[in-house]
Write a protein that binds this ligand. Structure first.
Ligand SMILES: [Zn+2]
Length: 131
């Protein structure tokens, strides 16, 4: 993607959004898109098998420094996504972005501003931004 900004994408979504102009429709489609992202990731484990999970309690202790803790925290993911699963998850993430942009449009929010504010919050809070 060559230089497409969130603002341009938001305008593109606004032009295309004819069927789901209602805030209720957009909220429900956004939630459906989020569930579809999760479903695609789960199918990578349960149907494709390119990744697997091995989850257990994270080894936090108060004796470790933040850097030591970062080094031992696990993702619980083994393997790597195959091309098919990358494609499937990317499609679902795109739909999620579409409805996120649509939600911003209906509420007259600027997605670029939202991103900038969240990025500033991450910079300010750093590692303590755990929410
Ligand atoms: Zn796969």
């Amino acid at each position: 993607m060559s230089g497409l900004t969130l603002k341009q994408f938001q305008e593109q979504v606004s032009d295309l959004l004819l069927r789901h102009r209602s805030l209720l429709d957009v909220l429900s489609k956004s939630q459906q898109a989020s569930a579809s992202v999760n479903r695609s990731v789960i199918k990578s484990v349960t149907e494709c098998g390119c990744i697997s999970l091995q989850a257990n309690k994270q080894p936090y202790t108060e004796e470790l420094t933040l850097e030591e803790t970062k080094a031992i925290i696990q993702t619980h993911v083994n393997g790597q996504l195959c091309e098919n699963c990358i494609d499937a998850i990317t499609v679902q993430l795109g739909k999620q972005l579409f409805y996120l942009s649509a939600l911003c449009n209906l509420l007259e929010l600027d997605l670029d501003d939202t991103l900038a504010k969240e990025s500033q919050k991450c910079s300010t809070l750093g590692l303590f931004n755990l929410s």
